[in-house]
Design a protein around this ligand. Sequence first.
Ligand code: NI
Ligand code: MN
Length: 226
Amino acid sequence: MKVTYYGHACFSVVVSGKVLLFDPFISDNPLARNIDAKSVPADFILVSHGHDDHVGDAVEIAKRTQALVIANFEVAMWLEKQGAPRVHPLNHGGGYKFDFGRAKLVNAVHSSTLPDGANGGNAGGFVVESTDGNFYFSGDTALTLDMKLIGEATLLKFAALCIGDNFTMGPDDAVKAAEFVRCREILGVHYDTFPPIKIDHAIAVEKFRAAGKTLHLLRPGEGHDF
Ligand code: NI
Ligand code: MN
């Protein structure tokens, strides 16, 4: 599966020929100045929770591409109100079969208030299952034992895990998360964007290596085939 990283927690995955874009936050990301949000492709936009560093460019990209926005109920209704033309709400524990395969909204331990103070429901992550393979995106979260359920249920090709600490798991907890979901190939997200979440790349990569796993830290615009 071809992944393109757009900085922070934003990345796309091509699944069954469709582009799934996660948590678009590009225009206001100081580390993604080389990315033009107006040219980022999407057939589906999946949003993990209501914080502005995750909903950021979702409405603009949805309007331009007519992508279907998949998010928890509150975030989906809010994005629709802001002008997203097509939304599909999920709630935790529920999945739905889309064109590309199945997307399930899974637990995250985090908050989810929307940029204007509206209730963003509860933060989540996604498990995507398809004929191309399966993957997990943690969203913003603490380490949680619930991740073991994902590893028991689904064989993952890769997992995109938050690793920046301060607001989410840091590298040590993310290694544990990788063990819980039983995945060796990890895309690190949600690091370096703001001063409190800056991490030492070499130390983080070594922590995963020591656990028999590979941590990929891509530059915004860089791709990787999982
Ligand atoms: Ni957040
Ligand atoms: Mn965040």
